[in-house]
Design a protein around this ligand. Structure first.
Ligand code: ATP
Length: 136
């Protein structure tokens, strides 16, 4: 059993997709360990997205992530890290498969990649690091 950090990003919350996303997580059988509405400041986001500092999309991404509340979820399950990323679909919703969150709900517009609805940790190390940032 693993743990992962899932975020329903500001676009997902604003579009009223939190319940839909939670329903998919629950249908899969993953268990909610903790869940909270969060309004991260710049420091939290800089830590979370440290690996992307200096990239062209970094500043707009932080601004977007401060544009409204997100929902942070501590999730547990068998191979949940890979499983949730599979449920989320590829980073770019344009190419995400139907049946995935990003494939079904990611909108076809200029900010599709930035506003891709969800985040999921990509490794056990990232999960522990990120859970420490969002749930401490
Ligand atoms: P996440 O870590 O959020 O699940 P990911 O691992 O699929 O996403 P990363 O490459 O780690 O994607 O990028 C982190 C986030 O940065 C993406 O989810 C997206 O919001 C944003 N992002 C990544 N690449 C771009 C890009 N080329 N243009 C705009 N935003 C981007």
């Amino acid at each position: 059993t693993e743990e992962t950090l899932v975020l329903v990003k500001p676009d997902g919350v604003a579009r009223g997709l939190t319940g839909t996303i939670l329903a998919r997580i629950e249908a899969k059988g993953y268990a909610l360990v903790d869940i909270r509405l969060v309004e991260p400041d710049r420091d939290v986001l800089a830590e979370h997205y440290a690996e992307h500092e200096g990239k062209p999309f970094y500043e707009p991404l932080l601004e977007f992530m401060m544009s409204g509340p997100s929902v942070a979820i501590r999730l547990t399950g068998n191979r949940v890290i890979e499983g949730f990323r599979s449920l989320a679909g590829t980073t770019d919703p344009t190419s995400a498969a139907p049946g995935t969150v990003r494939g079904d709900f990611g909108r076809d517009w200029g900010l599709a990649v930035q506003q891709n609805l969800v985040h999921g940790s990509d490794s056990p190390e990232s999960a522990q690091r990120e859970l420490g940032i969002w749930f401490n």
